[in-house]
Design a protein around this ligand. Sequence first.
Ligand SMILES: [Zn+2]
Length: 334
Amino acid sequence: MKTEPKILTEEKPFCTLCAERGELLYARLSDSLFGAPGQWNLFKCPRSNCGLIWLNPAPLPAELHKVYAHYYTHDATAESLGRKAVRLLYNGLSKLIQWPIGLAQARRRMEYLYLDDKFSGRLLDIGCGDGAYLRFMAARGWKAEGIDLDEQALKRARDLYRLNVSQGTLEEKDYTDSSFDAVTLRHVIEHLPDPLGTLRHCLRILRPGGTLVVVTPNSESLGHGITHEYWRGLEVPRHLNIFSLTALRRCARELGFTEPMQSSFTTATGADFILDESLALQARSQPGNLQGIEKKTLHFKRTLRAVLLQYREHLSLKRDPSIGEEAVLILQKR
Ligand SMILES: [Zn+2]
């Protein structure tokens, strides 16, 4: 196996949201998904009104490209026939269960990233990948644009779907103030070195009355409680900050938002995927595997367990609203 270049790091002893000194949560984790080198620690903010988890030490900003060296945001490989047949069968049968318990409706809202009750307008999706969400929203009348860092994914978005996408970070773009009706970040904020700074930037380019939507793994989820250091949402060393519902609400407060201009909740809509991958990581727990989680073989018992856990999680949300696998923050700009 070829040796990867070492990633240079800096100490991050303090919480980026409230400046409290962190406490060690997990030590010496390795990247078993995409094989970035190094062993990584996660620290947690001890404040009960924050609870952010973060990577410490973290890669220096100039070194961040190294943690993405083998990382792909899209998968163009074909699914095996067996897996495809089971997936179609599962999707069909699961609707029969998901409608009566409200999970199908919750999934539908997630497909829109919670913009289903808004009039269409100009939308920016940050971290758009190959543009599946942009396509979905463009078909519903939105003037949808996207940015991402993964040039291969952007090429697919441009060549296959003729989408308006460009490479770079939000900070590198010169979007005018108050020029978007909605800005969305799905599984992006956890990758950002300065999450609050980027959210401020998002609010600057939103028009008054516009909507900012953030979806991110929830560190207080049922899945994290079951799989601990193997939970898929940790993803060292690419996830620099891992939020809970409380930490997201803290972000909203830091940005000057209170009810009713902010809403936040957790959801189990993506729990089958996150739980399945977390259980796979727990089962394999072999460091340094460059294959990532292989998708071609079917692990029926594990996948069934993930699906049943998803239903349990969804049904438990009424009693304990903070345990969904993903946390959602929605801000309406004044
Ligand atoms: Zn904190």
